[in-house]
Write a protein that binds this ligand. Structure first.
Ligand code: ADP
Length: 303
């Protein structure tokens, strides 16, 4: 299966004509609660495409934990190894959105921050059996590295989304512990000190990532497309033409699609193109996990 080891949140979005200033109360126009957290978003995106997906991580022993679990199941994600941690609250993001599209977000990691190597030990057969492991940086890195070594020992591939951008970059061992990284512009800058805005700049950044020992570098540049560099091939995939309304979780839908395509045997270039179509479609819909496209929608865009 595709195994996602990462964060699970509930996103609470409050919509208003304008965001409140400090000390101010505004009347909102509505609210929504959805599944979020980079881990859960990537799991939901892979499962909606039809992938066989297991989510490993922690929720709290509260109502949001139950909600997250049932939303994941609704996408077809298996949650047998998603544990309930009664000592912490379920992770949440409290998101204010004003009609201009501007937002402000407070994330409370909660149970996600308590994830540890123990969660890997408890699901050892699952990690050994993974075809693809999806990691992000919203759980402690030591836990992610333990999962990476278990998956590598079993012959699976490891994709690390270095998001949110790590302050001070990542240590050298991490570039060798994973097969691929998928930084966006900001994350690329925090890893190699270059903020790419063109295919040539992305190629230069990918070269620096390769010099640090990374096998596959995939540089995501939003509406400017995506550049990939693997051991045998490299190339640029121009953006698919879509009308973007909400770019939340575009990167997560990209990674969910990348894992799905690699797990079914696509080569790197084909998998990156498939993933770029997933990311583009995600921008056409509101929400985090809820913006993930189906296989039929991706096939239609790929033509
Ligand atoms: P993140 O959400 O991590 O910042 P990006 O914004 O780079 O990631 O989006 C991930 C991928 O989704 C992009 O590399 C691209 O393939 C696709 N994508 C994102 N925004 C657009 C857009 N406006 N038009 C077309 N494709 C997009």
């Amino acid at each position: 299966p595709i195994v996602v080891f990462g964060s699970v949140n509930i996103d609470v979005c409050a919509y208003s004509d304008r965001l409140p200033r400090p000390g101010e109360t505004v009347h909102g126009t509505g609210y929504a609660m959805g599944l979020g957290g980079k881990g859960a978003n990537q799991a939901a995106a892979s499962a909606r495409l039809g992938g066989s997906v297991e989510m490993v991580g922690r929720t709290g022993g509260d109502a949001f934990g139950e909600m997250a679990r049932s939303r994941l199941a609704g996408f077809g994600v298996r949650t047998d190894h998603l544990s309930t941690d009664p000592a912490h609250p379920t992770g949440i993001a409290v998101i204010g959105v004003e009609s201009s599209g501007e937002n402000c977000i407070t994330v409370i990691g909660g149970a996600n921050m308590a994830v540890s190597e123990q969660d890997v030990a408890q699901a050892a057969p699952l990690f050994a059996d993974a075809s693809v492991l999806l990691l992000q940086l919203e759980i402690p890195l030591a836990a992610g590295l333990a999962a990476a070594s278990a998956v590598r020992a079993g012959g699976g591939r490891i994709i690390l989304d270095p998001a949110p951008a790590p302050h001070g970059g990542l240590t050298a061992d991490i570039f060798r512990a994973v097969d691929a990284m998928t930084p966006n512009e900001t994350e690329t800058e925090s890893l190699v000190g270059l903020r790419p805005t063109t295919a040539d700049e992305a190629a230069a950044a990918a070269e620096r990532l390769a010099e640090r020992g990374l096998s596959i570098a995939i540089v995501k540049m939003g509406a400017k497309g995506v550049y990939f560099r693997g051991p045998e091939r490299q190339g640029f995939i121009p953006p698919f033409p879509v009308t973007a309304v909400d770019t939340v979780a575009a990167g997560d839908c990209f990674n969910g699609g990348l894992a799905f395509a690699l797990a079914r045997g696509d080569d790197l270039a084909g998998a990156v193109r498939f993933a770029a179509a997933c990311g583009a479609l995600a921008t056409t819909r509101a929400g985090a996990a809820d913006s993930a496209p189906t296989l039929a929608e991706v096939a239609a865009l790929l033509g």
